[in-house]
Design a protein around this ligand. Structure first.
Ligand code: ZN
Ligand code: ZN
Length: 341
C-alpha cells in the first residue's frame, strides 16, 4: 500500500494537481479566482497536454517509446538533484546581487514588460553561451540530442544546466532592478511557454501560430532551433519574445523548402541516454587530451563547438555561412547561364 501511496503522490506532484485537489476538497471554488487559484489550474496544463500528446500518438500508432527515453531519464535526474540546486542558486543570486541594483521596479504592467525584456536578455546570454562555449555546450547538448520533437523534450536537460541558466538569468534580472516577486512570475510564464514550444508535429502540425508568429517565438521557431540543418544551426535562442534574436541577427523562420531534421551533428549512438548525457564531455576530453600544448588544451574548453587547433574548424557559424554562400551562388547561376547564352 505504501508503494501505491508513493506512486499516487508522485503522480500528483508530476501533474502539479495538489493545489487543485485541495481546492476541490475544500469546496471553496472562489479560491480559483485568486493568484494561487489561477496557478493551481495553469500548472497542471503542461503535464496534462504531454499526457494527451502521448495518448494521441498511441491512438494514431505514431508513438515511439524511444522518442521519450532521453527526456524521461533526464527528468528523473533533474527532479532529484538539478531542481534543488537551481532553487538554491536563485535564492543565492537574489541575496548577493539585490543590493547592487541601481534602481528597483514596482509591480506595474510597464515594469512587467521591462522585466520580461530583461529576462529574455538574460535567457539569450545563457542560451547563446550554451551553444558557443564548448564547456557550456556539454551541459546544453543533452537538450538537443533527441532526434524527434515532443513535449517531453523540455524535460531533457543535463542536471547542472538549470543552475547555470538560472545563475545568469537571475543575476541579469536582479542587477537590472527586476523585483523578486515579478521575477518569479516571469519564471513561471517562461517555464510554461518554454514547455509548450516543444509540442510535437503529431499534436500541432503547423507550429507557426498565424500572425502571433510575427510577434512572439512559436513552436515552429523552436523546431528550427532544434534542427541540425546548416541553415538552422545556432538560430532562435529566445524563449517567448524573440526581440534579442532580431537585434543580434540570430532570427531564422522555418522555410517550407527546408524540412527540419532534429538532433546534433555529432554521430551519436541512436537514442542512447548515456551518450546524450555524457557524450559531449567525452568528445571534449578526447580533444583536450590530443591537443598539443597547454594553450590549445585550454582553448578547447572555451572556443565554440567545432573549433580545432589545426585550423580546420567545423563551427556552426562556419557551416551556416558556407551554406548561405552556396545557396546565394546557386540562385545567381541560372541567370548567369541565361546571360551567357
Ligand atoms: Zn539550444
Ligand atoms: Zn528546446
Amino acid at each position: 500500500m505504501n508503494f501505491l501511496k508513493a506512486v499516487y503522490e508522485w503522480l500528483v506532484g508530476f501533474f502539479g494537481v495538489d493545489q487543485l485537489i485541495k481546492i476541490v476538497q475544500s469546496g471553496n471554488y472562489n479560491a480559483l479566482l485568486t493568484k494561487d487559484g489561477i496557478l493551481a489550474v495553469v500548472q497542471p496544463l503542461f503535464p496534462v497536454v504531454l499526457f494527451l500528446e502521448i495518448v494521441k500518438a498511441l491512438l494514431f500508432k505514431k508513438f515511439k517509446a524511444i522518442d521519450y527515453k532521453i527526456p524521461f531519464f533526464s527528468y528523473v535526474l533533474n527532479a532529484f538533484i538539478g531542481r534543488f540546486i537551481a532553487i538554491a542558486v536563485v535564492v543565492f543570486c537574489i541575496g548577493v546581487f539585490e543590493k547592487y541594483a541601481p534602481f528597483k521596479t514596482s509591480f506595474t504592467w510597464y515594469w512587467f514588460i521591462y522585466g520580461y525584456v530583461v529576462w529574455e536578455f538574460g535567457h539569450f546570454i545563457y542560451h547563446y553561451l550554451g551553444h558557443k562555449v564548448r564547456l557550456f555546450w556539454c551541459l546544453h547538448s543533452t537538450h538537443h540530442a533527441p532526434q524527434a520533437m515532443n513535449l517531453s523534450i523540455s524535460y531533457a536537460h543535463f542536471f547542472l544546466e538549470a543552475p547555470y541558466a538560472d545563475f545568469i538569468r537571475t543575476t541579469v534580472c536582479i542587477l537590472l532592478g527586476v523585483n523578486p516577486p515579478m521575477l518569479f512570475l516571469i519564471m513561471f510564464i517562461d517555464g510554461v511557454w518554454g514547455g509548450f514550444i516543444h509540442i510535437g508535429e503529431h499534436m500541432l502540425k503547423n507550429g507557426r501560430l498565424g500572425f502571433l508568429g510575427r510577434l512572439i517565438l512559436t513552436p515552429s521557431h523552436h523546431r528550427v532551433h532544434h534542427a541540425r540543418n546548416p541553415l538552422y544551426m545556432d538560430t532562435n535562442f529566445c524563449n517567448l519574445l524573440n526581440i534579442w534574436d532580431r537585434v543580434f541577427k540570430t532570427y531564422q523562420p522555418e522555410e517550407a523548402s527546408e524540412p527540419v531534421v532534429y538532433g546534433i551533428t555529432r554521430t551519436m549512438q541512436p537514442n542512447s541516454f548515456l551518450d546524450a548525457y555524457f557524450g559531449e564531455f567525452g568528445a571534449l576530453f578526447k580533444d583536450v587530451y590530443r591537443a598539443p600544448g597547454f594553450k590549445n588544451k585550454f582553448l578547447y574548453f572555451f572556443m565554440p563547438p567545432g573549433w580545432s587547433h589545426t585550423g580546420a574548424h567545423k563551427t556552426a557559424t562556419k557551416i551556416r555561412t558556407e551554406f548561405l554562400n552556396q545557396s546565394f551562388v546557386a540562385k545567381q547561376e541560372p541567370s548567369a547561364t541565361v546571360a551567357e547564352i
